[in-house]
Design a protein around this ligand. Sequence first.
Ligand code: FE2
Ligand code: FE2
Length: 334
Amino acid sequence: MEKPLQLCYPVHTLDRRELLPAGSCLTPETMTDVARSARMEMFSPMRLMEYGTVAADLRSYVEQPPYSHIFSKPARTKAVFDSLQQVEFIQPLLDIYGYFKAHDPYTYRHILTVFALSQLLAQELFEDRKALSREFAAPSCHDFGKACVPLAICNKSTPLNEHERMQLSHHAAAGYVLLSYFLKDSNHPAAITARDHHERCDGSGYPRGIALRNRNVEIVAVSDVFDALISPRPYRPSSYDLRTALEEVTVLALKGAISADVVRALISCNRKDQLHYTDCTLSHEQRGTPPPDNLYRGVTPCQYSPAGDPEGDRISAIPGKNNKESGASGRPPT
Ligand SMILES: [Fe+2]
Ligand SMILES: [Fe+2]
């Protein structure tokens, strides 16, 4: 039987109500209690795309490079936005978008672009996306647990130390608890996605180090890494270009860390010829160039260990941490 997750830090709502203290074991019984404890609260759902400036912000993200290239096919883009229109949340969850927009704009942009990219990939990968309506919402709240991480860490522009990395990695378990509570279901796809989106197919991820076998979460995991590479980050003035980012995720797929099918779908979305994803091949060839001012090295498998960086594409730059893998992807640290 799998060991239950244990919280290193407390989980609280935005209004500082503690849902679980540090040290809690997230057993099925505990999580059932968490989900039940919200039942007395009445919230009516609202459409995410009608909340604040979410719709306009997401439109502007996908209409500008680099996303404008990925979303260059009008029919596909329309289908994605039609799906996104269906997503509804209760007010306390919508408030988390408002919190990120106000205090952590990188995460705000990231959760929306991962949302759109995951829908695009899901349309490539699933014949009948309509059957998965409960999964529509999951990518958009995969990092909600970062609301329990100090903003100074989320927005830090210099390398994280060991303690800060642990605090940031808390966001996976924290998101699981928060979403189980507000969605009143610890098995809701959004709660599961928040908990498992840093797990890897070969068991090299966190927080549990399980072998990821959930296609919806695999889609979010790939979108998460890819978006982190091609988007602005507080610790990296320039982003990866699309070609280099595709090469980086291809390396991870070839090593078995992330889903090869999902990466093929990502390659298909980046091609002009609309080749079906099953006809796209993964190549070992690496000709791209990572940004010269990257504080962290390119994506390498070691970053997915619990000791590696817990969020996005960065990796410890602390001497002695992970550096034995230096140049594992053919590139020295920068
Ligand atoms: Fe995350
Ligand atoms: Fe993320």
